[in-house]
Design a protein around this ligand. Structure first.
Ligand SMILES: Cc1cc2nc3c(=O)[nH]c(=O)nc-3n(C[C@H](O)[C@H](O)[C@H](O)COP(=O)(O)O)c2cc1C
Length: 260
């Protein structure tokens, strides 16, 4: 055990925040750690948009489906896949035009994700709390417009960052042995697969049923299990996922990540 491992193993998403600003030097340190993440070809094909202004946060709050923490936390970091700088540099140097394809998007998305996670760990090590915002993908076109992301830049994920106003317990994970495959992938038998989800089925179901608004939805829709809840219109509606997929693909094409 060392302090890095303590931070990693102590991670919990924070969803309630104190209304306390983050000092510029603290935020700079967090972002600096994002910059230290590995990056394909060391091209650093990511960018982060730092939002602190109330009016912009309010608009992000709506785009993030009214998740209160977007308003509460003093900072929202929108982490983007960004090949724009590289492509402009290449053009200015009169090198061959490239990186206008889906592979470049994936390269940049991985860079952005690694930077986001480095910033998360750095923030947590400094006593800050963080929560990722999956709604970034749901609202990618709107976020792109609001933050004026140019061609070859698309949002990948967002982090709300601030001082925690809650102290939740560390949340469980699926058992390690079910995630780790020795030498080759081992498909689980049905019974083992159900066992791997066993504890989650109980604790997750209990947790969601303990939330009054969620419980109302569960009862109203006649949802009988955690698996049913995850695929219901109350949690991850299939129609929303389909729409997100279509819109994100269209965004990639518009932003010139699909010129072939
Ligand atoms: C890419 C990504 C998107 C997420 N989006 C949301 C979100 O929109 N709202 C939210 O409350 N939590 C969100 N989370 C947090 C997860 O729900 C959380 O990581 C998970 O439940 C495990 O809890 P823990 O982070 O406290 O260990 C997201 C996490 C990731 C990695």
């Amino acid at each position: 055990m060392n302090s890095t491992i303590r931070v990693l193993k102590g991670h919990r998403s924070i969803r309630r925040y104190k209304r306390k600003a983050i000092a510029v030097r603290v935020l700079d340190e967090v972002i600096e750690c994002g910059l230290r993440a590995s990056s394909s070809g060391n091209l650093n094909t990511w960018s982060v948009v730092v939002t602190t202004k109330k009016d912009l946060k309010k608009r992000l709050y709506h785009l993030h489906k009214e998740q209160e923490m977007v308003l509460e936390a003093p900072v929202v970091l929108t982490v983007c896949a960004d090949f724009r700088r590289t492509r402009r540099w290449i053009k200015l140097r009169k090198a061959r035009d490239a990186f206008d394809d889906f592979t470049s998007f994936m390269v940049a998305a991985v860079d952005a994700t690694l930077a986001a996670q480095n910033m998360t760990i750095a923030a947590e090590s400094l006593g800050l709390g963080v929560c990722y915002m999956g709604t970034t993908l749901w609202s990618a076109p709107g976020i792109s417009k609001l933050l004026r992301l140019p061609d070859n830049v698309v949002p990948i994920t967002s982090l709300v960052v601030g001082y925690p106003a809650e102290n939740p317990a560390v949340r469980g994970r699926l058992p390690r042995d079910f995630l780790v495959h020795r030498e080759r992938y081992q498909e689980l038998a049905d019974r083992a697969l159900l066992k791997s989800f066993g504890e989650r089925e109980e604790s997750g179901w209990e947790r969601y049923r303990s939330m009054p608004t969620v419980l109302r939805e569960i009862e109203r829709r006649g949802i009988k299990s955690l698996a049913e809840y995850y695929t219901s219109d109350a949690k991850y509606p299939k129609s929303l996922h389909r729409r997100t997929s279509r819109e994100y693909l269209a965004l990639l094409k518009r932003k010139k990540f699909w010129n072939h």
